[in-house]
Design a protein around this ligand. Structure first.
Ligand code: CTP
Length: 418
């Protein structure tokens, strides 16, 4: 199958899932599920050590396919070249330090490494190991070699490892790995390392503006686009601060520092604090434009003397315009790039793009991502589409696709902005 079109295709993909010998091997079972539930054909190739953690029967039952480990298994089918040649995508999870070293050096001493060596499809490694191993210069060199060879090495998640220790080296959640791997399949440059060492601040989700201790005004933002931007930025090498309002329950993007807020004013304080040292600020959050002018200290009661049928509102600060203003004052570096979002429906006279052009001018940011919303589009959905606008009038069309792919298009445009 043509790899570039594989993700768009309704045809099942041939996915090889390689499993290294680490405790996180149990998560590979869920990864197999992630792909089979989407109708893809999965072949699991565990290493010998992986079978110490999860038995072949588990992978055979979940994939509905035989499981082999050695190059001398089913020799008549020439599996050691066939599986790698025929695959549309290879995902290795967990990729241990030893397995990455072997793939980096072109070894082919088991079925998995042999398959990686013959593959021309995207190969995505999801490392999992103790922090010391991940940060060891030998592993750092092997990761650099693998990336130079065109293999995608995902950033590990931060958090609890096998013992009591904690740090970078944790395997991301299976759904995250699956989504990231499909993003690479659709665009092999999605995780190019052009944000290496850059500091980025991204806001995500909606805000809740309280009326009383139990009620609030809110909106339907899921936070998915902001999370996807954080995930892709981290995979492109950035140091990410994600300022999160109210979202669906989403896995923490690998390596991101998460700052939790509820209201627009809390979000403004967090974004401004981190914008001072940022190379890029992206306002993907759906910030409430207004908040109740008065917040009752105790729960408002039906039938009380207070008029509960009218809510007086007061305007919230415009965070995006505030960051642009701070840049012109010199409180934010003049080199900091600022990206806004616009969710537009259009009306009888104007298209969503017309509204977006006006918004870009009004906000004064460097890029504006416009989504056409309404009728169940965009909000809470895994997919999105739209246009990236620049102040000079340039419009980059972003085709319908997963939000991680939209995020990759936005980061590409950011990196091409002077
Ligand atoms: N935004 C912000 N602070 C606000 C409102 C919006 O920073 N108080 C940011 C959003 O995060 C987004 C951009 O401004 O990046 C546009 O948001 P949107 O709600 O579409 O813009 P508004 O100026 O509120 O215009 P509209 O009247 O269309 O709602």
């Amino acid at each position: 199958m043509n790899v570039a079109s594989a993700e768009e295709s309704t045809q099942p993909l041939r996915v090889v899932i390689g499993v290294g010998g680490g405790i996180a091997a149990y998560k590979a079972a869920h990864l197999v599920r992630y792909f089979t539930e989407q109708g893809h054909q999965v072949r699991v190739i565990p290493t010998r050590s992986a079978l110490n953690f999860v038995g072949a029967a588990t992978f055979e039952a979940l994939s509905g396919q035989p499981v082999a480990t050695e190059v001398f298994d089913a020799v008549d089918e020439v599996q050691h070249v066939r599986l790698g040649q025929e695959a549309d995508l290879i995902v290795v999870a967990p990729a241990t330090a030893d397995l990455m070293a072997r793939i980096a050096h072109g070894r082919a001493d088991d079925l998995l490494t042999a398959s990686c060596l013959v593959a021309t499809c995207p190969v995505v490694l999801a490392p999992a190991m103790h922090t010391e191993m991940w940060e060891n210069p030998a592993t750092v060199d092997n990761v650099a070699t693998l990336r130079r060879h065109g293999i995608t090495v995902l950033e590990p998640a931060h958090g609890r490892l096998t013992g009591t220790d904690s740090g970078p080296g944790r395997l991301p959640e299976p759904e995250q790995i699956g989504q990231l791997a499909l993003t690479v399949l659709g665009d092999r440059t999605a995780f190019s390392r052009d944000l290496e060492g850059k500091r980025v601040v991204i806001s995500a989700g909606g805000t809740h503006e309280p009326l009383d201790p139990v009620r609030y005004l809110g909106n339907a933002s899921s936070g998915r686009q902001g999370y996807a931007l954080a995930e892709v930025a981290a995979q492109r090498g950035a140091r990410v601060t994600l300022v999160v309002g109210v979202t669906e329950n989403l896995p923490t993007p690998c390596g991101a520092e998460v700052v939790r807020v509820k209201t627009a004013r809390q979000m403004q304080a967090a974004v401004m604090e981190h914008a001072r040292t940022a190379d890029v600020v992206v306002m993907a959050a759906a910030v409430a434009d207004y908040r109740p002018a008065e917040v009752a200290e105790s729960k408002m009661k039906k039938g009380s003397d207070a008029d509960l049928t009218t809510v007086h509102l007061t305007e919230n600060p415009d965070i995006l315009a505030g960051v642009v203003e701070a840049r012109s004052r010199g409180d934010v570096a003049s080199t900091t790039k600022i990206v806004g979002f616009a969710a537009e429906t259009g009306d009888a006279e104007s298209t969503p793009l017309d509204f977006a052009r006006k918004k870009l001018e009004k906000k004064g940011c460097d890029l504006l991502m416009c989504n056409a919303v309404g009728e169940g589009k965009v909000f809470g959905q895994p997919d999105s589409a739209g246009w990236i606008l620049r102040p000079g009038g340039e419009v980059i069309e972003v085709p319908q696709g997963p939000k991680t792919r939209v995020a990759a298009a936005i980061w590409k445009a950011v990196c091409e902005t002077n």
